[in-house]
Structure formats: C-alpha cells, structure tokens
Design a protein around this ligand. Sequence first.
Ligand SMILES: [Mg+2]
Length: 290
Amino acid sequence: MANLRHLERNSAALRSLFDRPVIVYTDLDGTLLGPGGSVFCDATGSPTLEPARALLDALNAGLSVVPVSGRNKLQLLNDVRILGLRDYIAEAGCLIVHDRLDRQWRVVGDFPETDGTICDAIVAAGADELLFRAFPGRIEYHTPWTGQRECSLLLRGNVDLAEAQEALAPVELPLKLIDNGIIRPKNHTLVGVETVHAYHLLPAASSKPAAVREDLALRSLTSSRAVAIGDSLSDLEIAGEVGAFFLVANALADEAIAEAAASLDNVFVTGGMMGLGWAEAVGAVLNTTN
Ligand SMILES: [Mg+2]
C-alpha cells in the first residue's frame, strides 16, 4: 500500500492546508452516522455521544456543517432538522439546498431539459435495464430508498464501473454510474455478491466535487476555507475542492479507496471509524484554529 497520511491532533501538515475553515462538507452514511444511520452509535453499533458532541463543538465554533449525501432532498431535510443544520447537497451532488429548501440549485451540467424529472428521463431511455442486463444478479434498485428522487437512480450491487459505462453507451443521455461506498442492506436479491456497494446513476456532469465547487462559489468562499469528511470514492473526489479531506478509517476496507487516498497529499485518514473518526477530524480542525 502507498503512503497514507494518518491524522494527528496537532498536525503542522494539516494546519498548512487551510485558512480558518468556515465550512465542513460531510458525508452521512458510514461517516458521521454509524450502522443503521444513527449519530449516536459507533461502528460496532455501541452507543456513543462523541460524534454528536463534535457536531456541537463545530457549530459552537461557528463552522457550517453541510451534509453531502446520496440521500434525496426530503430525507436530508429531515436529517438536517434533527441535526440542527440548514444546508445540504443531495443525490450525490445533483442538488444544492440552502435554508432547508428555501433555495435550491440543480448541478447537472449539459443534461437536456426534460418535462418530468431527470430520473424519469433516465428510466425512459432504458439505462437501468441496460445495467440489469449487463450484470444479471449483480445490480438492482436499492429499495426501499429509491423513491422521491429528482436526478439520480439509486442502485446497489457489485459491478465494474468501466464495464458499466460501456453498457450504458447505447443511451444518448450524458450519464454515469458512480460508487457511493459499501453498504450492508438488510435484504437484497443479488446473487453471489459478498460486498455490496451503493451506486448512483446520474447526469455525467453531476458529482459531489462539482456540487461542492458550486456551493463554495455561491458562498463566495475559496477552497482553503473548507474541509470535507467521507468514506467512499465519490467522497474522496471532494479532496480536490477543499483545503483538507478526512477519510474515516472504515473507508480503508475498500482497497481502491486506500490506493486513491495515498496519492493525494491533502487527505488524512482518521484512527477511528465512522462517527468516532468524524469526531477526530473535527477535533483536529478545531485544534488548528484555536
Ligand atoms: Mg458514506
């Protein structure tokens, strides 16, 4: 394995990467939230206050905490209300929402205008069926989380992304399939799949980093005022848009992520998994600004 940079609480390397940060972009599932989507449990499912406490520390220090998630905008509205937050990026970067739905932006690049939702257009073009045919038993809809989406289809399984892109070639819409991390669905009908990933089928121009870039522009902030925390390959792409990126330790279960992270010089791996790693990252950021 190449050289991963491990997070230390008093890190000169970390301090040199950003100005006083004002915004923390964070993934939710497998990052701030533990198994079952709870902020009050660690990676083993044991109760802990540490992630919640770190969230309060961040808010008390004046940091904006902005979830960047594959979840849809109504799910995230409820999440941010419970967590005491206001803004978020939904559907893996397709939608920016400020002030709990008061202001919204789609980040879909050159995707053609449609009468219905972008999801309707993707299904009408047969893109989902092409994937199901190319990978029988290896990819399916991520039920029951697939409803009320605007711009991206939510799938699960285990497929090669380059082969998936080839399978999508007959579709005339600009589309791509992205990996949003390892999940452990209670039920699925996949065949012979041990490690299940969440995937998003979305406009080719949409991505978490593109949405973060757009969000920073909307706030007239430079990348050095932001940090990000995540656990998937699609989260890791945000590293190029922020001063420092923190990968929670559970992300290393995927060797591809470890390899990608080792080649980026502003990525730090936390010692703790999921919410405990999140708390560690926020603690290190606050420590550099005190
Ligand atoms: Mg995640």
